[in-house]
Every structure is written in C-alpha cells, then in structure tokens.
Design a protein around this ligand. Structure first.
Ligand SMILES: C[S@@+](CC[C@H](N)C(=O)[O-])C[C@H]1O[C@@H](n2cnc3c(N)ncnc32)[C@H](O)[C@@H]1O
Length: 266
C-alpha cells in the first residue's frame, strides 16, 4: 500500500498531505513542499528547534525539516509500517542524527513534558477521537515558549443534498475518519487546553489544485483498482480510498469542507 501510495501521489516528497499551490500549473511536488514551508512560517520553526511531528506518516515533513532547516525532529505514528518506512527514508537521506521515529499515540505520547519547541500536525489531528486529550498532550509536551501548528480538513457546513451526503459518507469510509470537525471546535479545544494567540488561515483555494489532481488520479485509476479488487489482487480499502479521493474534491468545491492552518502559542 505504501509503495503504491508513493508512486500514486507523493514521490520523493514522501508527503501524505495536500499541497498549497502558488499558481495553477505548479508541479505537485512543489505544492506539497509549500505546505511544509507555510507551517514553518506559521509556527516560526527555526534551525535547532525540537519538533514533534504528531502523525508523521512516512517521514516526509520530518526529513524535510531536518534536512532543510536543521531541526531536531521526533516523528510519531500509530502505524508500524509507516514507522519502518520513515526510518528507512531517514537513513537514505542521512538525517538519522536529526530525526527519530517512534510508535506512539499523540494523545498519550509518554514523552517528557516541556521537551519540544514545536508541535506539528499535518492532516493527523482529524483522526483524534478525543480532541481534548490531543490538545492537552500537545500543551504538555511543549516548552513554555512552544508553538503548535495544525493543517487539516474541516467541516464547513453540514451536507445538504443527496450528492453531498454521498461524498461525505464516502470520504469518511475511505479515509477511515469518524467525522470531520469544524475549525471552531478545534480552536475551542486548544483554548480550553491553555493555548493562546490562536490564528486560523483558510487555505481551501490553495489546496484545490492538489485536491483536483488527487480526484483525477483516483478517477483515472478507478477501473483498474476495481479490477484488481475483483481479482483479489488489491486490498479492498484501496477501492474505498479511491472513492474518497474522488469525493474530497467535490466536498471542497461545494464548500462542505474547507482546509485550514491553525497556529497557537503555549
Ligand atoms: C494523512 S497521514 C498524514 C501524515 C503526515 N503528517 C504527512 O503530512 O505526510 C495521517 C497520519 O496520522 C497518524 N495518526 C493517526 N492517529 C494517530 C494517533 N492517535 N497518534 C499518532 N499518529 C496518528 C497516522 O498514523 C498517519 O501517520
């Protein structure tokens, strides 16, 4: 599944997230790296900062932060497969001294309190079943001058039409999400945990080109994926993933979903 994903989407960037496009024809790889760049600015990430990449995927942001900024990054994920792939990529990129990858739950990391300058979460906070625990753990692991940055998809309004309900169900099913939350729910959880200076950027129009690219790739590979599943060659989750990849663009375009960056200070 991970090699398939790398070929299908992220290539060398290892990014399991949307990109921020500066113009419509910008190559996808640059859009994906722009997301990292935007978060670096929003979270004021500097050389030598200790960053906790909460929900690190296969290490894309962690390796990029270590190699381009010289940040000291701990990536955590609940997927043993991702962990192994992230470690292998860090070794290939020769950033082992600046990165470490651990199998941990971001709501209960077991890491020392006050031990990070930045809590970084790209498209991972949406998986938190308990938002309060997520926010409190982020607060706990951050040093007194710590910053938090989140980039994620949010529910902008309830689906209204039959199509919108279908797209939403297919998104949740294919990306194994229990729901999309409103940005205000996340802001409220952060404030309740003690975060201050909470800022929110609406990046929905910037992610549309990458959302469209994902939709196209899923639409074009739909029949091959279907055939692979019928022949028992592909995991059935790939089919549901494919449909979610088509639905996410429709939801963003219809304004049911939005994409936002949230930054805050401890
Ligand atoms: C869509 S991927 C994003 C990966 C990465 N942030 C990126 O942008 O490339 C979501 C990530 O969140 C992680 N995740 C989900 N729930 C988690 C939890 N409770 N604790 C730690 N990681 C979690 C998944 O394992 C996965 O790595």
């Amino acid at each position: 599944m991970i090699p398939y994903y790398a070929r299908f989407w992220c290539g060398d960037t290892l990014a399991m997230h949307y990109g921020f496009a500066e113009h419509a024809t910008q190559p996808l790889a640059e859009q994906l790296i722009n997301t990292n760049r935007f978060l670096v600015a929003a979270g004021e990430v500097a050389a030598g900062d200790r960053v906790l990449d909460a929900g690190c995927g296969i290490g894309g942001s962690a390796i990029w932060l270590a190699s381009t900024l010289g940040a000291q990054v701990t990536g955590i994920t609940i997927s043993p497969k991702q962990l192994a792939v992230a470690r292998a990529h860090a070794a290939r990129a020769a950033v082992q001294e600046h990165t470490s990858f651990l199998l941990r739950d971001y709501t209960d990391t077991g890491l020392a309190g006050g031990s990070f300058d930045v809590f970084w979460a790209i498209e991972s906070a949406c998986y938190a079943d308990n938002l309060g625990r997520f926010a409190r753990e982020a607060w706990r692991v951050l040093a007194p001058t710590g910053r938090l940055v989140i980039a994620d998809g949010f529910l902008e309004r309830e689906p209204a039409t039959e199509d919108e309900h279908g797209w939403y169900r297919s998104l949740l099913d294919g990306w194994v999400l229990s729901r999309l939350r409103s940005a205000s729910a996340v802001v409220a959880a952060l404030a309740a945990a003690g975060f201050r200076d909470i800022r929110v950027w609406d990046k929905s129009s910037d992610v549309l080109p990458s959302a469209r690219a994902l939709e196209r790739r899923c639409r074009l590979s739909y029949h091959v994926t279907q055939l692979g599943q019928w022949m028992g060659l592909l995991d059935p989750i790939l089919m549901r993933n494919n449909l979610a990849g088509q639905s996410q663009y429709q939801l963003l375009r219809a304004g049911v979903a939005s994409y936002r960056v949230i930054a805050a200070r401890k």
